[in-house]
Design a protein around this ligand. Structure first.
Ligand code: UDP
Ligand code: MG
Length: 317
């Protein structure tokens, strides 16, 4: 099998027939062995019926039907698990991504040695309320991930070497960061290809509103955190905890020092609770101990987790 096309979809029945015809046209001219994997993410329209019909008439069509809507990440994850092609292409079902890009993407993986190639919708046909947050989001993602050559992390149209999709775990809303997941899994050659984009012809976007923006950032932070400290929580919590405890200790010494000098001089000593240092020492020492304990607990959990000794081996001779 040369190519698996994975298509997550949620209520896209109007687009499916056109998309299918277009995909088949392109793939047939390429003369490759292919499969089309439609993952129906709990659609409530006729999407699944259409997929069943296609699968009945065309053996290269496979459908996976979720019992309810789990989200795009879940749909991609299940598609990835099932894909058999050497190159896996993902694309949205809404006809915004063009199947005509598949030959170019395929070539970059097969001949130019890329592990992952992401589409880049240089000229984008979406409202400003979508494109503006996306710009900010991509700038942050580039910084955090260190993948500086990607303009568009969340483009639905991407191509992967099979190894990549079998070795990353897309969960939650992490489909936005697949290049980062791939990089963390050790796939270093990540590229980009400018692709044609079209306005949505049918239906409406499933990712509107500003909360997608906030959730996107929170996901990015957790990903960064997991990747940097997930396996060594003590390094961050222990450090912060010790630092705070140390500040608290210094504050205690200042409070004690003030009291002592007063006693030595024979003047009435001020109440410790009058000194701001007293409160600083109290909070800092408490916080410090808590953070230190958090780090220790994190360390215990990660040491007992199943994945603690999971390493991806590329080759053995
Ligand atoms: N999608 C999905 N599950 C969801 C939301 C979206 O499978 O819960 C699919 C959707 O049907 C489409 C793709 O993910 O094929 C991208 O969604 P959409 O076009 O709404 O996103 P946009 O292009 O507006 O960012
Ligand atoms: Mg779309």
């Amino acid at each position: 099998m040369d190519i698996s096309v994975v298509i997550p979809l949620f209520n896209e029945d109007e687009s499916i027939p056109d998309l299918y015809a277009w995909l088949v046209r392109v793939l047939k001219t390429m003369g490759v062995d292919y499969e089309l994997l439609f993952v129906n993410d709990g659609s409530t329209d006729r999407s699944w019926t259409l997929i069943e019909e296609l699968a009945a008439s065309d053996p290269s069509v496979h459908g996976i039907d979720f019992r309810r809507n789990y989200g795009k990440s879940a749909a991609l994850y299940c598609g990835f698990a099932r894909a058999e092609g050497d190159v896996v292409i993902t694309m949205d079902a809404d006809l915004q991504d063009s199947p005509d890009e598949i030959p170019g993407l395929y070539r970059m993986i097969k001949e130019e040695g890329y592990d992952l190639v992401s589409g880049y919708k240089q000229k984008r046909y979406d409202p400003l309320s979508k494109t503006l947050p996306t710009k900010l989001f991509n700038a942050t993602a580039r910084r955090v991930s260190g993948i500086h050559n990607l303009h568009d992390f969340n483009c639905g149209l991407k191509a992967y070497r099979k190894d990549v999709v079998k070795n990353i775990e897309v969960y939650g809303e992490m489909h936005r960061y697949i290049p980062y997941l791939a990089k963390n899994a050790g796939f270093a050659k990540i590229g980009e290809k400018v692709v044609q984009h079209q306005a949505r012809k049918y239906g409406h976007t499933k990712f509107g509103g500003w909360n997608r923006f906030f959730n996107g950032y929170l996901d990015l932070i957790s990903l960064w955190f997991l990747n940097s400290f997930g396996r060594k929580p003590m390094h961050v919590f222990g450090f912060l905890g010790s630092l705070m405890f140390f500040i608290g200790l210094v504050a205690v010494m200042i409070v004690g020092g003030i009291k002592l000098t007063a006693i030595c001089r024979g003047v009435p000593a001020p109440l410790v609770t009058d000194s701001p240092y007293f409160y600083i020492s109290l909070t800092m020492m408490l916080l410090g101990t808590q953070l230190f304990l958090a780090g220790f607990l994190g360390e215990l959990i990660s040491r007992n987790s199943e994945g603690r000794n999971h390493y991806q081996i590329q080759k053995e001779v």
